[in-house]
Design a protein around this ligand. Structure first.
Ligand code: SF4
Ligand code: SF4
Length: 303
């Protein structure tokens, strides 16, 4: 098998499938990254996201997820919205403007794997998006796609931080990209200063204080979520690396009501309409009851 040809074929297939960037890193234990994860967990910054505490062995060593894994193909999908909500509408984070990325990317990864295996039947691959025990941002850095900013998100020099990250483990050696050394945040601290919950220290997130964590959890968590009804973009909106990045280029991906609904439209929504309109949205996972409570809080109808 010609390594250069296979590498080129995988990258071309990934980009043809709609991803915006692709880099490849060799599999190696993420020793330092896993040590930092354990310190973060020991401090309790994961709040009740107990799934973060599981499978640290697999997070450190992806060879435990695919026998003889040798390469990690990392893909970025830009989701920066081409249009924004009306200013008076209860605020929705940008990643929720589009159809559920788990479903969209999962389907795309299956197609990519099938295309590669059809051309190279001996190649074994396994795809991940968000749900698997993979330290995706660390792999994106190693694959040369960006650095981890002080807001703890991957920052791409081309697409900023409004990107979904997906990975393919591949059980064969490929040609590798050069990892990004260090952070390009410099002396900037805009995201730290803009965080309404005070959840950020440089390169560290405390989920206990993060609005984006709390406005998706059941019940009243005693955290002021206003003005964010779902998620929170504050630490991304202020980032200078997001200022001039392009909007996503996928027709039909945006859910029209997200950018079309006024504050009155949201307040008049009933559960049946919500479930129908947002059937393919991540909002549906949080559910009508929680979101109705959130938009009542954000509109001042509920303390
Ligand atoms: S999502 Fe919002 S609350 Fe959470 S860290 Fe970013 S700015 Fe802070
Ligand atoms: S706002 Fe500034 S400090 Fe924060 S991630 Fe962007 S460049 Fe880095």
């Amino acid at each position: 098998m010609d390594k250069a040809s296979l590498t080129r074929y995988i990258k071309e297939t990934v980009l043809a499938a709609g991803f915006d960037a692709c880099g490849i890193a060799p599999v190696a234990p993420l020793t330092a990254e896993t040590r930092r994860l354990k310190q973060w967990l020991a401090a309790g910054y994961q709040a009740d996201m107990s799934y973060m505490e599981r499978y640290t062995d697999k997070r450190e060593n992806p060879a435990l997820l695919l026998n003889n894994a040798q390469s990690v193909v990392v893909m970025l999908l830009n989701y920066k919205p081409p249009a924004m909500q009306p200013p008076d509408a209860p605020k929705i984070a940008s990643y929720a403007y589009v159809r559920n990325y788990h479903h969209v990317i999962h389907h795309t990864l299956k197609n990519i794997c099938a295309t590669v295996v059809k051309e190279y039947p001996d190649v074994r691959l396994r795809g991940f998006v968000d749900t698997g025990p993979v330290l995706e941002k660390a792999w994106a850095v190693r694959a040369g796609l960006g650095w981890i900013g002080k807001n703890t998100l991957l920052v791409s020099p081309v697409f900023g931080s409004y990107t979904f990250i997906a990975e393919l483990l591949v059980a064969v050696a490929l040609d590798y990209d050069t990892s990004v050394a260090g952070s390009r945040c410099g002396s900037c601290r805009r995201c730290l200063d803009a965080c309404p919950g005070g959840a950020l220290d440089a390169y560290r997130l405390d989920a206990n204080r993060c609005i984006s964590y709390h406005n998706k959890r059941k019940g009243d968590n005693g955290v002021d979520i206003r003005p964010w009804c779902f998620g929170c973009d504050c630490c991304q909106r202020v980032c200078p690396w997001n200022a001039a990045t392009p909007a996503h280029r996928h027709d039909g991906w945006t859910i029209p009501e997200i950018v079309g609904f006024t504050a009155d439209d949201w307040l008049g929504l009933d559960e049946e309409a919500f479930n129908r309109i947002f059937a393919q949205s991540v909002l549906r996972e949080t559910g009508f009851v929680k979101l109705q409570s959130n938009w009542n809080v954000c509109s001042g109808k509920q303390p």
